[in-house]
Design a protein around this ligand. Structure first.
Ligand SMILES: NC(=O)c1ccc[n+]([C@@H]2O[C@H](COP(=O)([O-])OP(=O)(O)OC[C@H]3O[C@@H](n4cnc5c(N)ncnc54)[C@H](O)[C@@H]3O)[C@@H](O)[C@H]2O)c1
Length: 267
């Protein structure tokens, strides 16, 4: 346990995880904030998965509560902010982890899947900010950490909906950062690369029928550092952006990608 977030509260949206062999970015963030002393509201559409995260937080001596919400439903976004305030009395950190991959090239991608990608990755994230920001502005403090993707720094035909929605997350992060800087609220993003997570590896193995180890090795081979990152790598970067150690940093998109985007000169 550390004290970097002692006395603080964190709302981790998407704090459950896709089933798989490793720990996801959202669950790792909830545990990391709790280990740093924060009380955590673990929000997820999948309540059982949020409750599993809560149990893991309690196992390390932390404090957490599960809350079910679908961030594509505006009432749920309002309710998650209200619930956090009722339970904790304050929200210091909003961590937006929810994201889905809507894949397919333009001519194969249905308009419904394109819209779904934007609804979940962008509009839902914006709506959680919308309902937490009035509280942070009134207090004159707060940190928002949006989990994006290195895909938002790249171009990719097969993932056009994902890359475009994640680029928009970067634009939204910078716009909110500028708007709320005078109010003491910082807004930053983390852009993970090839991560050894259920979303990154197990779901690809399941959908393609490939062996998990083969998917993992192929992804690792693309990374300049020679291996994939972990959910913990993303959580550690998020903790920095959520804590006072980054008190003068706002509007940045921090790649956590082992050098992947250096190859493309996109950051
Ligand atoms: N895992 C990776 O390899 C990787 C790489 C780059 C970026 N990212 C980004 O990291 C984030 C997720 O990473 P993860 O490893 O935690 O994934 P994950 O799939 O394990 O966790 C995401 C959680 O979000 C929840 N969720 C999905 N839709 C929701 C909705 N509408 N409302 C509420 N909850 C919802 C899911 O139930 C799940 O528990 C995403 O933003 C993703 O784009 C991941």
């Amino acid at each position: 346990m550390t004290t970097r977030l002692q006395g603080r509260t964190a709302v981790v949206v998407g704090g459950g995880q896709t089933p798989g062999a490793a720990m996801g970015n959202g669950r790792a963030a909830a545990l990391t904030y709790a280990r740093a002393g924060a009380r955590v509201l673990v929000v997820d559409r999948d309540e059982k998965s949020a409750e599993e995260t809560v149990l893991l937080v309690r196992e390390i001596g932390g404090t957490a509560t599960a809350h079910r919400a679908d961030i594509t439903i505006e009432e749920d976004c309002a309710a998650l902010a209200q619930t956090a305030l009722e339970i904790f009395g304050q929200i210091d950190v909003l961590h937006n982890n929810v994201g889905i991959v809507a894949s397919g090239r333009t001519e194969d991608l249905s308009s419904a899947n394109w819209r779904r990608g934007f609804e979940v990755n962008l509009t839902g994230m914006w709506m959680t900010c919308k309902y937490v920001l009035p509280h942070m502005r009134a207090r004159g403090r707060g940190a928002i950490v949006n989990i994006s993707s290195m895909a938002g720094l790249l171009a990719g035909g097969e993932t056009i909906a994902y890359t475009t929605s994640k680029s928009a997350v970067h634009a939204m992060t910078r716009s909110l950062a500028l708007e709320y800087a005078p109010h003491g609220v910082r807004v930053n993003a983390v852009a993970p690369g090839m991560m050894d997570t259920p979303m990154g590896v197990d779901s690809v193995a399941r959908s393609t029928g490939a062996r998990r180890d083969d998917v993992a090795a192929q992804r690792a081979s693309l990374v300049p550092m020679g291996h994939q990152g972990t959910g913990q790598d993303v959580a550690d970067a998020a903790l920095f952006l959520a804590s006072d150690e980054s008190a003068f940093i706002t509007g940045v998109v921090l790649p956590v990608d082992g050098g992947f985007t250096l190859k493309t000169g996109t950051h």
